[in-house]
Design a protein around this ligand. Structure first.
Ligand SMILES: C[S@@+](CC[C@H](N)C(=O)[O-])C[C@H]1O[C@@H](n2cnc3c(N)ncnc32)[C@H](O)[C@@H]1O
Length: 281
């Protein structure tokens, strides 16, 4: 059972078939949420009847998240990942791929899974023998992404296969990292929502930003991440904003592009520094 910040209910599409009702009941149980039989009611009626702020709608193709008083819908669609994945398979430059520098068979902990876009690229790079674990702290978002990575069809097929291998874990990275053993993942990655909107996106709020955890990067967790990482920690950040000073001081390399609005900052793993200093002493 997980704890929900916003009261959540789970239902089906209008007149949902019995198997969808059963799936909605199961999800409600997993998410510690209320199940509601939809029949012909519209979403505002479902929210009013249950007193919930959010509703997860189970349809035969996907899970859809809606919130009281907004028209936004959130459902799984790895938009940009598909394009980026396609480019990577053609050998084109991708800033995340360059910063992560992953090898086949390596392991990745993506602390901010979201749509699993970058996690899909990671899974592509580490291949069938590698591991990608993605953490998402908002349980209903984790449910949408878990469902999406298990059945969304992607081209090229090699990217779809990679996406299927992502292990979606409902957890706050602050808790997960504290309990993770030293050097247990080759790469630990963070892509938090940015404090300020990037230029050009002032008028657009993505549905992921509406439903997601928008707390800023937690510096204490970056220190844990450097302990948990075997090779490096990567943080995605707006290009022209510094990280908190104590984290910025640890950055050993940055990867960005001429026109890119973001930068991927690379911090060494603590274990890596120890190995290097033993070799030089
Ligand atoms: C900017 S999005 C990440 C997008 C992702 N890189 C992608 O390619 O789809 C940030 C995500 O991290 C989640 N998140 C934020 N803080 C978190 C935390 N402390 N633990 C786990 N997930 C967190 C948010 O709910 C959101 O889904």
């Amino acid at each position: 059972m997980t704890q929900n910040a916003a009261p959540l209910c789970v239902t089906t599409g209008v007149n949902g078939r019995p198997e969808l009702q059963e799936r909605a009941r199961q999800l409600a149980d997993e998410l510690d949420a209320v199940y509601y039989t939809r029949e012909k009611r519209n979403i505002p009626e479902v929210l009013a009847a249950t007193g919930a702020n959010r509703v997860l709608v189970v349809t035969h193709t996907k899970l859809v998240l809606r919130e009281r008083n907004t028209d936004f819908e959130y459902f799984f669609h790895p938009n940009l990942a598909m394009l980026r994945g396609y480019n990577v398979t053609r050998g084109w430059r991708d800033l995340y791929v360059e910063a992560a520098a992953l090898q086949p068979g390596e392991s990745v902990l993506d602390c901010t899974l979201g749509f699993a876009g970058e996690a899909s690229l990671a899974a592509l790079m580490v291949g069938e023998l590698g591991t990608v674990v993605g953490l998402e702290s908002v349980p209903e978002l984790a449910a949408v992404t878990r469902d999406g990575v298990s059945r969304f069809e992607l081209e090229p097929k090699v990217l779809e296969d990679a996406m299927r291998r992502i292990q979606v874990v409902t957890a706050d990275y602050r808790d997960y990292l504290r309990q993770a053993p030293d050097s247990s993942f080759d790469l630990v990655y963070f892509d938090p929502f940015f404090d300020e909107r990037l230029p050009g996106s002032e008028n657009s709020v993505s549905p992921l930003a509406l439903f997601g955890n928008s707390e800023p990067l937690d510096p204490a967790s970056i220190h844990e991440a450097r302990r948990v990482a075997r090779r490096r920690v990567v943080i995605k950040h707006p290009r022209h904003e510094p990280l908190p000073p104590e984290i910025e001081a640890l950055v050993m390399e940055s990867v960005t592009g001429r026109k890119s609005r973001v930068v991927y900052k690379i911090l060494p793993a603590i274990g890596l520094i120890n190995v290097t200093s033993q070799r030089t002493s």
